[in-house]
Every structure is written in C-alpha cells, then in structure tokens.
Ligand binder design. Structure first.
Ligand SMILES: NC(=O)c1ccc[n+]([C@@H]2O[C@H](COP(=O)([O-])OP(=O)(O)OC[C@H]3O[C@@H](n4cnc5c(N)ncnc54)[C@H](OP(=O)(O)O)[C@@H]3O)[C@@H](O)[C@H]2O)c1
Length: 258
C-alpha cells in the first residue's frame, strides 16, 4: 500500500514517515523540499501515482490571516483534486482539538475551512484532531510575554508528544476511512499557567507567570475547556514532565562516552 505524506519533512510528517517505514509500508515524503508543492500542484501528479492513502500534515509557512486561509484552502483543494484523478481511497488530515471554539484566530478559521473542504469531497476521509504538541508549549509562553512577565489564563490544556501524534495518525492512515473525526490528546490535564510555569522552571528561565483570567492564548481569549478533547479521545502515553526533563537536560561532559 503506497502512502503519501504531504508535509512529510515537517515535525509530525518526518516522524510519521519513519514510523510507517518501520511498519514496512511504502511511503513517499512529499513537500517542497522533495519537489512536491500542494499550493502550486508542482510534482503532485507524479507523487500520487498509485497511492492508496494521502496524509496531509502540511502547515502554512506564513500565519497572517489571509495567507494561512489561502494556504489551507488552496492546498486542500489541490490535494483532493489530484487524489480523485489518482484514485486515492483515503485522505487523512491532521487538525486541532477545539478548532470551532477558537475561531477568533485566523489560523483556526483556516483549519476549519480545510476540514469542511475534506468533508464535502467524495474521497473517503479521516480527520485527526490533536491537542497542542509538547514541542509548542514553549512558544505559548513566548507569545504571551511582556518584559519579564508571562500573562496566561488558567484554561485547561492536555498537550501531547509529537511522537504520540505521529503514532496515532499512522494508525488511522493504515486503517479504514472513518468518514469522521477522531480526537487525540495527552495523558494529563494541566492549567495553562501551571504548564508554562513548569516549562520555564525546567529551562531555568527567570520569567514570571501571572495567572490572569483575561490573559490570552496565542492572542485569543479561550474558555476554560476550549482546548481539551472530549471523553472519547485516544490518549498518548508520553508524559510532559518526562519529555521536558529529557528535552532540557544539559549534557554533562563527564557522562559522554570517551
Ligand atoms: N502545533 C500544534 O500544537 C498542533 C496541534 C494540533 C495540530 N497541528 C497541526 O499539525 C500539522 C503539522 O504541523 P507540524 O508542526 O508538523 O508542521 P511543520 O513542522 O511546520 O511542517 C510543515 C510541513 O508542511 C510542508 N509544506 C509547507 N508548504 C508546503 C507546500 N506548499 N506544499 C507541500 N508541503 C508544504 C513543509 O515542507 P518543507 O519542509 O519542504 O518546507 C513541512 O513538511 C499542521 O497542520 C497543524 O495545524 C498542530
């Protein structure tokens, strides 16, 4: 079974490519770096020839409202059109838990547009909505920083490791189309302010986190439960604090092999 990973050179895409190859699948990593562009259509027909499954884990290089909407709409339309011609039997896309609750942000309006295009296409599909990746937790704090203070609301958040995202997406890609949406998340819930405090402390970052109900998440207001998945979500195994201690470990030269 040939599986094309569009965005196969990105954070999730590259992990997905490796994991599927370990399962002996025929995998093609498609992205501008490998000569395939879902915005312009360049290289798509060749990449999709003989493919049974296409997984879309692309992201827009620019996050301005108009640019991101144009990216997800144009790229998704192109993918679905080329997939029809190639006879692809399953389109899988990675989206975000709570997208419809975060529409103050142009990024989430674009993700919703992507989901709606997929749902209205005749190609059987699965949409996987993931919670925030551990790898992006630091940037949440950075976005809400002014001077030495990070102002954040105590909203709930259930982040997950990119490795667990890739495993969950891989399982969906190897299964039958759901013609629906599945949610995935991490094993533990945190408060956003508490999570960023943990992250900064592990990085020995002196910034102070202020709990502020009016504080923003990537510039938008979030309700207490806006970011967390429902009770049916499939949960990853990796825990944030384990991941954090591995990520922030300062290499000790005395422990290096000679
Ligand atoms: N961040 C989160 O916490 C979070 C949570 C849930 C869901 N998601 C979703 O997860 C998805 C993947 O995120 P990520 O962090 O893995 O992305 P990423 O590391 O930024 O990778 C983006 C990928 O998209 C490719 N790409 C960019 N422009 C393209 C084009 N015109 N044609 C084809 N491919 C193109 C890039 O290719 P090149 O390497 O060649 O440039 C790269 O492979 C996104 O859709 C995001 O919405 C994110």
């Amino acid at each position: 079974m040939k599986i094309v990973i569009v965005g196969g050179t990105g954070l999730i895409g590259s992990k997905l490519v490796n994991q599927l190859r370990e399962h002996k699948q025929e995998v093609v990593a498609a992205s501008p770096k490998t000569g395939v562009n879902s915005l312009t259509g360049d290289g798509l027909a060749d990449a999709l020839k003989g493919a049974a499954v296409v997984v879309d884990v692309t992201n827009s290089p620019s996050w301005g409202d108009a640019a991101v909407l144009n990216f997800f709409e144009t790229s998704t339309r192109n993918l679905l059109a080329y997939e029809r011609t190639a006879g692809v039997r399953h389109h899988v896309a990675l989206s975000v838990v709570g997208t419809e609750r975060l529409l103050e942000s142009g990024f989430f309006r674009a993700k919703l547009a992507q989901e709606n295009l997929i749902k209205s296409s005749p190609i059987p599909y699965s949409i996987v909505r993931a919670t925030q990746f551990f790898e992006f937790v630091k940037s949440i704090g950075d976005f809400s920083t002014e001077g030495n203070k990070v102002r954040l609301p105590p909203a709930l958040i259930q982040p997950m490791a990119a490795d667990d995202v890739a495993s969950a997406v891989g399982r969906v890609a190897m299964g039958s189309p759901l013609n629906g949406t599945v949610e995935i998340g991490g094993p533990e819930r945190f408060r956003l302010d508490q999570l960023i405090r943990l992250d900064l402390a592990a990085r020995k970052d002196p910034r102070e986190v202020i709990t502020d109900p009016q504080g923003r998440y990537y510039g938008i207001q979030v309700a207490e439960k806006a970011l967390i998945p429902g009770d049916d979500a499939r949960l990853g195994e990796r825990r944030f604090e384990n991941w954090l201690s591995q990520t922030t470990q300062i290499p000790n030269p005395h422990l290096q092999p000679a």
